[in-house]
Design a protein around this ligand. Structure first.
Ligand SMILES: N[C@@H](CCC(=O)N[C@@H](CS)C(=O)NCC(=O)O)C(=O)O
Length: 232
């Protein structure tokens, strides 16, 4: 059994989609990051940076339990464990890994900062708001060029790179990041294609009704962006 420590955010959606796509038995353990549950000591022993997602595999390597944090590492672990979305061909596998790393090192962190300065930051900081918006648009340009040449990020086949990137380009994110998808027609085409996959739809639906970020209360802000976050 895979234990999935999860909350329905873009990084969480990645691993929920993966679990649904590979069709493995798993149990969802909600970690309400708005209420600060990511700071609980029991969760920290699984996820040292107090972030979702994380997994514990009861049947890990050597038949012993094994925990994994960082969404990209979880996707790779599950792909390697099941042999699904893990090409044997070295070139194909590294095409996937390059675009997965591009998501982990660029799309996630930069879009996240853009979202913070567009929406959550309690004061307007034009320099930061404009800088992260420009970087987000530049990254959209990279994705759009790539998807103009190939159907999926890693090439001809749907891969971990698409699973990791798609949740950051869903409508709620596009709106929060002040992106006009009409400027990126190849991303829009790809986005529409991925959104039709049954595994993606099932993954996105996990705990979705509980996701309420909206305008953060003082407590939510403290848990995610403020004092509680930096006390660890
Ligand atoms: N690099 C990490 C980032 C994970 C991350 O930032 N998760 C957010 C939700 S999208 C979180 O847990 N936030 C809670 C917090 O910041 O306290 C990954 O890809 O797993």
């Amino acid at each position: 059994m895979i234990h999935h420590y999860y909350w329905p955010t873009p990084n969480g959606h990645k691993t929920a989609i993966m679990l649904e796509e590979i069709g493995i038995a798993y149990e969802t353990h909600p970690v309400n990051v708005l209420k600060g549950e990511q700071h609980e000591p029991a969760f920290l022993s699984i996820s040292p940076n107090n972030r979702i997602p994380a997994i514990v595999d009861d049947d890990g390597p050597g038949g012993k339990p094994y925990s994994v944090f960082e969404s990209g590492a979880i996707l790779m672990y599950l792909a390697e464990k099941t042999g699904k979305f893990w090409p044997d061909d070295t070139r194909k596998r590294h095409d996937v890994l390059q675009w997965l790393m591009f998501q982990m090192g660029n799309v996630g962190p930069m879009f996240g900062q853009n979202g913070y300065f567009q929406g959550y930051c309690p004061e307007d900081v034009p320099l930061a708001r404009e800088r992260y918006h420009k970087i987000t648009r530049q990254i959209y340009g990279v994705l759009d060029r790539r998807l103009g040449e190939r159907p999926y990020l890693a090439g001809e086949s749907y891969s971990l790179a698409d699973i990791a990137t798609y949740p950051w380009t869903m409508p709620r994110q596009v709106e929060m990041h002040r992106i006009d998808l009409a400027e990126y027609p190849n991303v829009a085409r790809w986005n529409q294609d991925i959104s039709q996959r049954p595994g993606v739809q099932r993954g996105i639906a996990v705990l979705r009704d509980d996701m309420r970020i909206g305008n953060p209360t003082r407590e939510t802000y403290d848990n995610m962006f403020g004092n509680k976050q930096f006390r660890q």
